[in-house]
Design a binder for this molecule. Sequence first.
Ligand code: ADP
Length: 162
Amino acid sequence: MKIAVYPGSFDPVTLGHIDLIKRSHRLFDKLIVAVGNNMSKKYMFTQEQRINLIKANVQSMKNVQVVPDKGLTIKLTQHFDSHIIIRGLRNSRDLDYEQSIANINHHLDPDVETIFLLARPKYQAISSSILKETFHYGGNISAWVPKNVLKAMNRVQKNHEE
Ligand code: ADP
């Protein structure tokens, strides 16, 4: 059984992430989407909210499981008996960053390979952080995020205004 792990912050999940999930779940018997919680990061959504926002968009993909990643991704891959990490590449900046992570993960567990999927051109320019900033200043981001994410972002903004 080929099991792959797709780790990330997903704060919040974008259509770029969903595209990667759709493309990679077909390549493996099982795809684990691992939602991280980095202590030094300030998130818009809690880990549980981020998980639920993804779950609602992957229901039709029966071999996709969304789980919390509580520590090192490599430990999670070992827990699920997986040897494959999926990451996305949008540009050369991603490549520089991802190369370091992949090398460290390989050092931690030589059995693990990181596989990169190139972002499709229409999703190349988007990241969760750019979308959060655009949204914060009133920009329309509906082309880039699932409907439930846009609703959740509107709710958070409303709560802040109250
Ligand atoms: P992290 O904080 O771990 O970088 P992200 O949620 O920002 O988490 O991204 C998770 C993974 O998805 C990363 O490999 C990132 O390069 C990839 N990714 C992010 N946005 C896109 C996109 N628009 N298209 C393809 N891959 C993406």
